[in-house]
Design a protein around this ligand. Structure first.
Ligand code: NAI
Length: 302
């Protein structure tokens, strides 16, 4: 990662100081990757306890990298970790963090109003040149940006979970995003060592627009009695070469997340049969069986 930084990034980086709002699963992962590629990162969340947990999580993830990469040189491994952690600071004050940032990337709860409020506030205090971006999976970037006066400097940067492992970033341009902003976001993604693809601001961008209907179509097939969960998963792994079957993947993503996305699309386009309600999914979510994170979803994990 460091070598990648010194060979290409030093000349090209426009984005050097990054504020990441939200230190959860995604925010902490993005912070780790940005810090490892030489950016100065400020991670913002609502409490110091959450931030402590986030940094611990980053350290744990780096330890796993080091275990493989520096198997015979534990001291060099420790130095590697400390160097990256030095690039991460934390704050509960998003305003003061944004004042020193080239990019403010938001990865908080998937709620339009809360995202709009944060960007509205930060728009008043962030420097002129600062680019704003959201990691939202399902909300229109245009709607999130609408409370700011920097529509040309606003875009989407959609990462995938787990961020340190997953190579893709969907870079999203709204109809108002300037070419300069879009190119900066593309370049930033490359400097992180990721492969960016260009997306329009349409529901689900590319990956989720194709993946979510596929996942719920698997549930519908099973509901009709046309295949067991186990057989569907085996079939897609061995027949389509997928690393996980749709039921395993749905449990990994979280059934609440899938329901939230499909319900949102259904509200906007109720006649689209791809977005019609799925009884089995709704029942599991109502029972709190949300997948791996709760110990049970389509499968049991305890
Ligand atoms: P998470 O629940 O793990 O983390 C969200 C974090 O934001 C929490 O630590 C919370 O304390 C913090 N937060 C909430 N309100 C805040 C505020 N006003 N100011 C500062 N921090 C605040 O959520 P996760 O999974 O990391 O998702 C975050 C965003 O990323 C969502 O928009 C989601 O749609 C998107 N996303 C999620 C993916 C996933 O697989 N989990 C994949 C790609 C995008």
């Amino acid at each position: 990662l460091c070598r990648h930084f010194s060979s290409s990034a030093v000349r090209n980086v426009v984005i050097k100081n990054v504020t990441i709002i939200g230190g959860g699963q995604m925010g902490a992962g993005i912070a780790q990757v940005a810090a490892a590629t030489g950016h100065s990162v400020t991670l913002v969340d609502t409490s110091d306890d959450i931030l402590k947990t986030a940094v611990k999580g980053i350290e744990g993830s780096l330890k796993r990298v080091v275990k493989k990469k520096f198997a015979d040189k534990p001291e060099a491994g420790e130095e590697f970790i400390q160097k990256i952690l030095q690039n991460v600071s934390t704050s509960t004050d998003s305003g003061s963090a944004a004042q020193r940032s080239d990019l403010v990337l938001e990865a908080i709860v998937e709620n339009l109003k809360i995202k709009q409020d944060i960007f509205h506030q930060l728009d008043k205090v962030a420097p002129e040149h600062t680019i704003f971006a959201s990691n939202t999976s399902s909300l229109p970037i245009t709607d999130i940006a609408s409370t700011t006066s920097r529509l040309d400097r606003f875009g989407g940067l959609h990462f995938f979970n787990p961020v340190p492992m997953m190579k893709l970033v969907e870079v999203v341009a709204t109809s108002a995003t300037s070419k300069e902003t879009f190119d900066s976001l593309l370049n930033f993604s490359k400097v992180l060592g990721k492969t960016p693809v260009s997306c329009k601001d349409t529901p689900g961008f590319i990956v989720n627009r194709l993946l979510v209907p596929y996942l719920v179509e698997a549930v519908r097939l099973h509901e009709r009695g046309h295949g067991s969960k186990e057989d569907v998963d085996i079939a897609m792994k061995l027949g389509a070469g997928h690393p996980m079957g749709p039921f395993e993947l749905a449990d990994y993503v979280g059934l609440d997340t899938i329901k939230f996305i499909i319900d949102g699309w259904s509200a906007k386009d109720p006649s689209n049969p791809l977005f019609a309600p799925i009884e089995m999914l709704n029942k599991l979510v109502a029972e709190g069986k949300l997948g791996k994170k709760t110990g049970e979803g389509f499968y049991k994990y305890k």
